[in-house]
Design a protein around this ligand. Structure first.
Ligand SMILES: O=C(O)C(=O)C[C@]1(C(=O)O)C=C[C@@H](O)C=C1
Length: 114
């Protein structure tokens, strides 16, 4: 009988329990991530409902699709909020610009249909 067979690895039980605890923790964290992702989708859907209405208003009144001054004010505000919340402000700005680019697309489409 080899040395390994005579003396089972003493940490085997502890390592298995550790792996099990890690798997359970991962499951709990993923369940929270699922809820947060669902909330983000709902929030984005509500935001786009508002911006669709803004787009119709702008098209009806021949207002420009974009408003760079408003965007700049919002970026300044969101960067400060991100810093307070320990979120990377550059990431917050990137996210905002990504969403606004899509909104401007929608506005332009509505203006062309008008
Ligand atoms: O507030 C507006 O005027 C919008 O059209 C909305 C919005 C935004 O999605 O936040 C989009 C485009 C503008 O450039 C500025 C802001």
């Amino acid at each position: 009988m080899s040395q390994a067979e005579q003396q089972p690895e003493p940490t085997t039980g502890a390592a298995a329990a550790d792996a099990q605890a890690a798997t359970e923790r991962l499951g709990r964290l993923r369940s929270s991530i699922d809820n947060i992702d669902a909330a983000l989708v709902h929030l984005l859907a509500e935001r786009f409902k508002c911006t669709q209405e803004v787009g119709r208003l702008k098209a009806e009144h021949d207002m420009p699709a974009s408003d760079p001054a408003r965007e700049q004010r919002q970026i300044t505000r969101l960067r400060a909020l991100a810093e307070e919340s320990h979120l990377d402000p550059a990431f917050a700005e990137k996210w905002f610009n990504f969403v606004v680019a899509e909104v401007i697309h929608h506005h332009e489409r509505l203006a062309n249909q008008h």
